[in-house]
Design a protein around this ligand. Structure first.
Ligand code: GTP
Length: 435
């Protein structure tokens, strides 16, 4: 072998060695990026947002029980699963494309070398939550069914000028169809009649202003709609969520947790619905989305025991609010209603139950009232959550249920979205109905 061939071979070997070295360094660095865990920033005391829901502590307790000073323990937050590289979605198995395989990479495609790619941004641990203030205004479109059937027809009738008996009958029918109930309908029609005669309404704008005033008054604008969800006497506030099957209790509990976290509160969820297998999972998922712990018991276990444990855990960890979701129960089943009374009594052994929120499905109309009466007898209802108002033209049930029970509607559900729970405000509600 000549000297020049030897030199050539040595040069080639040296080039190969350098290339291998460079590739090794690059790969080591890349691996280091994917394995090194980022320093975790300390979690602030919850996502802060201005709240449209007025939160208050309950009236001071009569008991002289000493406040338990409990250190704040950070709530464990589950990290999201690592994002899979799109290569995992390739569908080719034998090099032959099949139906729906358009997006797969053909075997004979040109190989790519190293390419600079943007790394995905780290997913935030706790979801961003829409501010609660002004939610009813923002979600007014969700009330379009009630607006069309109720507000628009009433405005059309009242703005049409001189009203004869037939027109007043139409006004009355419209109110009845919208589920305002006979007594309230009569009252509203009489008030409208006397005001229209007294003031001589001529234009639609005048009719709208007059109608607005009468409807807002009928909604009890002075009722206390604040949510007693703030800790007091060194203990968390305890809220019990009750109602018949499928009205939206678990969903409301989850949405409410978001509202509280958005207000900077710490929350613990109690899955006292041990009857429906998926309910505890459903609640836990809501909890994880806002970094709230969920206490659950065995399926079919004693709901009172889960409720008790939840409050105990909430006191130990020093959260602001414990939200307890209960199983759906038919108001006609005495045994189940007694069980609800027991859940409340057991919780009261260690803390005050600040709110019992009755969830009513607005689409069930008058039946909701019957349910409300029975629940109110069993456990003192302190507030009503009217869900699924987005799916009904009978928004008038809001008026009736408050009037019948003397209990304020505090929250309204306006959709299946995570932030589709709004504080109820009579003025904004009537404005949404009247368009
Ligand atoms: N459109 C609409 N759907 C809602 C609303 N609130 C709840 N839902 C839906 O109603 C269904 C029942 O909700 P859940 O929260 O599971 O009801 P639940 O009362 O806990 O049910 P049970 O535990 O079986 O008694 C779900 O599909 C919810 O997404 C709302 O305000 N609007």
């Amino acid at each position: 072998m000549s000297t020049s061939s030897l030199v050539l071979i040595l040069v080639v070997v040296a080039v190969v060695l350098i290339a291998a070295l460079v590739t090794g360094v690059v790969l080591t660095r890349r691996r280091r990026i994917s394995l090194t865990q980022k320093e975790e920033a300390p979690r602030p005391g919850g996502y802060q947002a201005s709240s449209g829901i007025s939160l208050t502590p309950a009236a001071p307790e009569a008991t002289t029980a000493e406040a338990v000073a409990v250190p704040q323990v950070p709530v464990p937050v589950e990290r999201p699963a690592p994002v899979e590289h799109p290569v995992a979605e390739r569908t080719e198995v034998d090099g032959q494309p099949g139906v729906g395989d358009d997006a797969s990479v053909p075997r004979d495609s040109e190989k790519r070398g190293f390419v600079e790619v943007d790394l995905p941004e780290e997913a935030s641990e706790v979801e961003e939550i829409e501010p609660t203030s002004g939610r009813l205004e923002r979600l007014r479109g969700k009330l379009s069914k009630s607006r069309n059937a109720f507000g628009t027809s009433l405005l059309g009738l009242l703005g049409a000028g001189d009203l004869d008996e037939d027109s007043w009958q139409d006004v009355e029918d419209t109110l009845l169809i919208a589920d305002l109930g006979a007594a309230l309908t009569t009252e509203i029609v009489e008030t409208l009649r006397s005001k229209i005669v007294g003031t001589g309404v001529r234009t639609e704008a005048e009719a709208q202003a007059l109608l607005r005033g009468v409807l807002v008054d009928a909604l009890g604008p002075k009722m206390d709609r604040s949510l007693k969800a703030l800790p007091h006497a060194g203990k968390p506030a305890v809220l019990l969520v009750v109602g018949v099957n499928g009205v939206g209790k678990t969903t409301t509990t989850g949405k409410l947790a978001r509202v509280l976290v958005a207000d900077g509160r710490t929350v613990l969820l109690g899955a006292a619905d041990t009857f429906r297998a998926a309910a505890a999972d459903q609640l836990e998922t809501w909890g994880k989305r806002v970094g709230a712990e969920t206490v659950r018991g065995p399926e079919g276990g004693d709901p009172a025991s889960v409720a008790f444990e939840s409050v105990k855990r909430g006191m130990d960890t020093g959260v602001d609010t414990v939200l307890i979701d209960t199983a759906g129960r038919l108001h006609t089943k005495k045994g189940l209603m007694d069980e609800l009374g027991k859940v409340k009594r057991v919780v009261e052994k260690q803390a005050v139950v600040d709110e019992v929120l009755l969830v009513l499905d607005a689409t069930t109309g008058q039946n909701g009232l019957t349910q409300a009466r029975v629940f109110a007898e069993q456990v003192d209802i302190t507030g009503i959550v009217l869900t699924k108002l987005d799916g009904t033209a009978k928004g008038g049930i809001v008026f009736q249920v408050q009037r019948e029970l003397g209990v304020p509607v505090k929250l309204v559900g306006l959709g299946e979205g995570a932030d589709h729970l709004a504080p109820f405000e009579p003025g904004a509600f009537v404005d949404a109905l009247l368009g």
